[in-house]
Design a protein around this ligand. Sequence first.
Ligand code: FES
Length: 172
Amino acid sequence: MSHPTPVLSAETRDQLDQVIASENGRSGALLTILEKAQESEPSKHLPKPMLDYVARSMGIPLSQIQSVATFYSFFNLEPQGRHTVAICRGTACHTRGSKELLDKLTTSLDFPPGATDKAAMTTRDMRLTVRTVACIGQCALAPVVEVDGDIYGHIDDRELKQVLNGLPEEGS
Ligand code: FES
């Protein structure tokens, strides 16, 4: 039995049409369009129907759009959690214990079965996406973790848990 194909809402198509109309032809248009498209999605990702729509509207092959979306790490092809935790795995952070930090965090969270890609994993309740990054550029503060864009340096697993427990819930 085939699965139903998800379609874009009229509202999403309108939003994309507006962005494409204002950006198309400018240098870097595709990146800006994909960035705005991702921002407009509550789960902060680029679903396949959205990529299809952008490809058709811009007259660009879907494969080209997919390679751009996979090349840049700030584009997500999978739905993201409401909060993002980025654990730095650069050399300075590694030597200051970031692997243990990552392992302790991931073993304390509930991921769907089969979620083993520590580069980006989202909890079953969609509250948190945990990802690893190469270097946040704050090596003097190692180990460094970024939570929803805020940087925390010299952090241990207990402090990280406190930060995560203090994150706002939906609607609060
Ligand atoms: S290695 Fe972690 S901030 Fe540079």
